[in-house]
Design a protein around this ligand. Structure first.
Ligand code: SF4
Length: 232
């Protein structure tokens, strides 16, 4: 029987079961555990209700057992906000029967063998933030077999910034790289798909740089299906 640190609790914004809409495990039925608070404030953040003063949903304080009781899919995604702001170890211990993805902004590194996939999303210029290269090098050096680097790109400058960053991360050619166009609130599905096609046609296919990388260009699948509806 798994045990956890006595008294461990989590501040939780929401828990829901849907499909993974992003990255290497796209389409997998998954329970999302959105932990509250963030250490960044990205311009394009689509989950400000998990951290931003004035918009933040009052967190529910939950024990690991209470969270486990809400898990209804084989994949569990610990997301945020920034989930690494909370000590994940007691929760990971209870979730050992699940495939766990941690979605993080790549500013903190605390490796844990119970995490099946580190989905690290370094922030680029259009977010108003800078990637933490020291931390990213640690991810690539230590957990490259369970890592994806997922970049939300706002335009040509961001793609160029991704290329510069990858060039400074030794070993990144062995890591799955995901490029995902940023979504704009109120944007239609057609407009989003057009942006995706333009990105592929102008920035990826003609550029030999990407031949060295395990690149996928993907949409946010859940947004194509359900738009900005929360909790699905
Ligand atoms: S790191 Fe993620 S949750 Fe935090 S502000 Fe940026 S986009 Fe939002």
């Amino acid at each position: 029987m798994a045990t956890q640190a006595p008294g461990a609790t989590y501040e939780v914004t929401e828990i829901f079961t849907s499909i993974q809409g992003e990255g290497m495990r796209i389409g997998m039925p998954s329970t999302f555990v959105r932990l509250s608070r963030c250490n960044l404030a990205c311009a394009f953040c689509d989950t400000t209700y998990s951290w931003k003063a004035g918009e933040m949903v009052e967190p529910t304080v939950m024990t690991p057992e209470q969270i486990l009781a809400e898990v209804h899919a084989p994949d569990v995604v610990l997301t945020g906000g920034e989930p690494m702001l909370q000590q994940l170890s007691p929760l990971l211990e209870l979730l050992e029967g699940s495939f766990v993805t941690v979605e993080t902004n790549g500013t903190m590194f605390r490796p844990d063998p119970r995490v099946g996939l580190w989905s690290v999303s370094p922030k680029l210029g259009s977010s108003g933030q800078k990637p933490n290269k020291r931390v990213l090098r640690e991810y690539v050096a230590q957990v490259s077999d369970r890592l994806q680097l997922k970049f939300v790109v706002g335009g040509r400058e961001d793609v160029s910034a991704v290329k510069d960053l990858l060039g400074e991360l030794p070993g990144a050619t062995a890591v799955p790289i995901v490029l995902q166009p940023v979504g704009i609130p109120g944007e239609s599905r057609d407009a989003y798909c057009e942006k995706l096609a333009r990105l592929i046609e102008t920035e990826i296919l003609p550029d030999p740089f990407w031949e060295a990388y395990a690149l996928r260009v993907l949409p946010q699948f859940h947004k194509l299906l359900w738009g900005e509806t929360r909790g699905i």
